[in-house]
Each structure stands twice: as C-alpha cells, then as structure tokens.
Design a protein around this ligand. Structure first.
Ligand code: SF4
Ligand code: SF4
Length: 184
C-alpha cells in the first residue's frame, strides 16, 4: 500500500468512526476520564494545524508539554496519563480543534504494515454501549462473536472510566454496522 492509499484509508476509518460515534454520548459521570488516562499522538501536519488555530495560551501549553511521539508515522505526543494539560475544569480548552485521536476516541486507529491502518475500540463508559450494539449486529452473522461480545458487555457495562482493554473492529463490518445503527 503506497502513501496515498494509506492516507485514504486513514481518512476512511476516521469517517467511519464519526458515523458510529454520532449515535452515542458520554455519561456526565465519566468526567472526561479519557483525558486523564491517555497518550495523544499527532501527525506533523495535524500538530502544526492545531498550533495555527488555537489561542496563544493553548499554543504555549502544547509546545511546553509536547514530547517526541513513539508511534510510527507520528510527530509529537502529549502525555495525558495523569491529566491532559489542555483539560481545564473537565473541559478541553481546544475542543473545536482537538486532535483526531481525541475526536475518534474510544476508537484507536493504528498503523499496520499489511493493511495500512487497523481499528480497535477501547472500553469505556460510552463504548460499552457500542459493544452491546456490535454484539446485536453480530447476532445474525456469527453466534460465537455475539456470545463473546455479549459476555464482554455484561462484564464491563458498569465501568466508570476508560481502560486498556480493546476489541478489534474489522473494516469489512463497518458499513454494515453503521447501517444497523441508522436503522435502530
Ligand atoms: S472515557 Fe469514554 S465515556 Fe468517558 S469521556 Fe472519554 S469517550 Fe466519553
Ligand atoms: S486535547 Fe482535549 S480532548 Fe484531547 S485529551 Fe486533551 S483535553 Fe482531552
């Protein structure tokens, strides 16, 4: 897969995550836990674009907290494992310009040598509802996956913050799953 195809795939996955996420909302009780337990990696263009579009104080925060990204293909990272420095009173101070990684969270798009990019879904108070719907979608096509995802939902349905457990979202399921959500 060449560079152009990889970027096309990345954009395609971003658009699919947004089509899924519009069906869900975050519970107030979560209190932005993903902004307190996360590393945000930026591609170079994205990092530079954000710097151009945010206020001066946010630029200072970004610049003084940015470290070199360890993720292949990425440029800078913000360590938000304790708390993202851009989170003020549980609100993102660059919300309209927040990085793609935050925009598509709890989905994570990761580089893959064979398929360009793959997609996983991390578990969190909102994404357990996606898992539940994904299990329902699987019901008609794969009873083993239906049962595994239903068990997973039952096990995690009351989690109060995000964790590192994730499930794979197979790209060939995405359009059909989105169609399923549109019809719900
Ligand atoms: S951890 Fe999940 S539920 Fe909580 S704010 Fe982040 S995306 Fe929303
Ligand atoms: S940039 Fe904003 S959305 Fe992303 S982790 Fe920081 S506070 Fe949260």
């Amino acid at each position: 897969m060449d560079r152009r195809q990889r970027f096309k795939k990345y954009d395609w996955l971003i658009s699919k995550t947004q089509s899924i996420l519009k069906h869900y909302s975050c519970p107030e009780s979560c209190n932005a836990s993903c902004c307190k337990n996360h590393i945000i990696d930026f591609h170079r263009k994205e990092y530079e674009k954000i710097l151009k579009n945010v206020d001066k104080e946010s630029v200072n925060i970004l610049k003084s907290n940015a470290i070199k990204s360890e993720l292949k293909g990425c440029y800078k990272a913000i360590n938000a494992v304790e708390q993202c420095p851009l989170l003020i009173n549980s609100k993102c101070r660059i919300y309209d310009n927040r990085p793609e990684a935050c925009r598509s969270f709890p989905f994570v798009i990761f580089p893959d040598t064979e398929i360009g990019f793959g997609l996983t879904l991390l578990l969190c108070p909102m994404s357990v509802n996606i898992v539940q719907d994904y299990a329902q979608w699987y019901k008609a096509v794969n009873s083993i996956m239906y049962s595994q995802l239903t068990d997973l939902y039952e096990q995690y349905k009351n989690i109060d913050k995000n964790n590192d457990f994730c499930i794979e979202m197979k790209e060939h399921n995405l359009d059909s799953f989105i169609e399923f959500l549109e019809k719900k």
